[in-house]
Design a binder for this molecule. Structure first.
Ligand code: AMP
Length: 116
């Protein structure tokens, strides 16, 4: 898989407002926030383009870590109790722009359903 803007953020080659970091996961504020809280949570490995590349055998632990990170960040940013939305765009029809799997964590306002 090729390099993306997220690879550069992982390597700290371009700035990002990092809110959480472990050996395997990085989370930073979305540059075009769609809610008062809008954080992107990504694995540091670059081989997973989108949800279509996930398998239980290879990625169970990583997926656990991503969701644990989401809970941690939601608490840290004050939306754990009020509620938050996790979005994983996958492929062209979803509007996915960056081909490096990422969870959007959105919160701090009432969300609508269905999404646009
Ligand atoms: P998606 O459409 O699901 O692929 O989401 C990609 C997200 O990455 C969008 O919400 C963008 O605003 C965000 N984004 C793109 N470049 C950056 C950047 N340099 N720093 C933070 N967020 C970014």
């Amino acid at each position: 898989m090729g390099e993306t803007i997220f690879t550069k953020i992982i390597r700290k080659e371009i700035p990002a407002e990092i809110v959480y970091e472990t050996e395997s996961v990085l989370a930073f504020k979305d540059i075009r926030p769609q809610a008062p809280v809008h954080v992107l949570i990504i694995p540091k490995i670059t081989e997973i383009e989108s949800a279509k590349d996930l398998s239980k055998e290879k990625h169970s632990q990583l997926l656990g870590e991503l969701f644990e990170a989401a809970n941690h960040i939601a608490k840290k940013l004050g939306v754990f109790e009020s509620g938050f939305r996790l979005v994983l765009n996958s492929g062209p029809d979803s509007g996915q722009e960056v081909p490096h799997i990422h969870l959007h964590l959105l919160g701090g306002r009432k969300m609508n359903w269905p999404p646009g």
